[in-house]
Design a protein around this ligand. Structure first.
Ligand code: AVI
Length: 327
């Protein structure tokens, strides 16, 4: 007879793939350990990111705003013939897209604005503020992850589209994620539609290093906030003072890689998993990649995913480009 012995062990839930718990669990079991920067953006993380965008060292946001101010008519000329839909993937507070909205609205151009963000709080708040400022503005919002949002757009948005993916978010994807994402958008686009993507460009390595190693330590806080998030949401006991932040830039590959590093041998217990994880002294957790591109790499990526680069718009220092693609 088979007797199943009851054990002392608590029942540990089996997590669904692509959830916070699953990704943290599998990331901490990897060697070397890793966590995904896509989980940086809880409410506190999003607030810290807003502080990053204001840092003197963090140039990408200011460069992209300059590009939008300087080239808003160029973008308008590409779209204005017919009524069009601006789909803003990862809209956040739409600080840069606001430059287009304001300009197009004041010229009585016919368009709809569709912000997409994982945070329903962020999109609701954004729509409320936009409606106050621009009462005639046509809007719908989508609060979900990018891939589900692309399905929604396929079902619900007919007509000409300008899809935006700003702020060098593309640099946070792995090469495979990047290709898959762009291939999925490709399927949504018709001949008259446009995709506008922000790419941070290769430049003096010192400038890039400083952007990810700010003197005031806000970027360190941004990374460590994910450990705090594991503590609050999964019952972890990470001691944030026992981890150092470190970011490196490799000018050969163009990758900024960010880590938190255990500054001593320690054991971190996570209640949701009913187990802990050993850290050796100076063991790393990889947190984020922020890739910097050459113009050739942008061209190759577009070509590989079935797009044609129509034009690249630059800021005055040529630190950043908004690249406009068509299918
Ligand atoms: C959101 N993303 C484009 C930022 C970047 O530059 O990679 C996130 C960031 N990480 C550190 N500073 C800013």
């Amino acid at each position: 007879q088979n007797v199943i012995q009851a054990t002392e062990k608590q029942t540990i839930p089996v997590f669904q793939p692509n959830t916070f718990a699953y990704d943290v669990f599998s990331g901490l079991l990897k060697h070397p350990k890793e966590l995904s920067s896509k989980y940086f953006y809880d409410t506190t993380g999003s607030q810290i990111f807003e502080q990053i965008m204001d840092l003197p060292e963090y140039y990408p946001t200011r460069c992209e705003a300059e590009i939008f101010e300087e080239h808003k008519n160029t973008v308008l000329e590409l779209c204005r013939k017919d009524y069009f839909h601006i789909v803003d993937l990862g809209a956040g507070d739409a600080s840069k897209t606001g430059i287009f909205i304001d300009h197009f609205y004041k010229q009585h151009i016919g368009f709809e604005y569709i912000p997409v963000d994982i945070s329903s709080y962020a999109v609701d708040d954004l729509i409320r503020k936009l409606k106050q400022k621009y009462p005639r503005l046509a809007t719908r919002s989508v609060a979900t992850d990018y891939l589900s949002a692309l399905h929604w757009i396929h079902e619900h948005v007919q007509g000409k589209k300008l899809v935006l993916f700003l702020g060098s978010n593309i640099g946070n994807f792995s090469i495979e994620e990047c290709r898959l994402f762009l291939a999925n958008i490709w399927q949504l686009l018709d001949a008259d539609d446009r995709l506008l993507i922000g790419f941070d460009l290769r430049k003096n390595a010192e400038i890039i290093r400083n952007a990810y190693n700010d003197k005031s330590g806000v970027t360190a806080q941004f990374n460590k906030n994910l450990l705090r998030r594991i503590n609050t949401e999964l019952g972890g006991n990470f001691n944030l003072d026992s981890f150092e932040f470190y970011a490196s830039y490799d000018p050969v590959s163009g990758f900024v890689k960010s880590y938190v590093i255990s500054n001593k041998a320690q054991y971190v217990y996570i209640e949701a998993f009913g187990r802990g994880f050993d850290f050796k002294a100076w063991e790393t957790i990889h947190m984020e990649n922020s890739r910097k591109f050459t113009l050739e790499e942008i061209e190759e990526l577009a070509d590989f995913c079935g797009y044609e680069v129509e034009m690249n718009l630059f800021d005055s220092k040529q630190y950043f480009t908004d690249s406009i693609w068509k299918v």
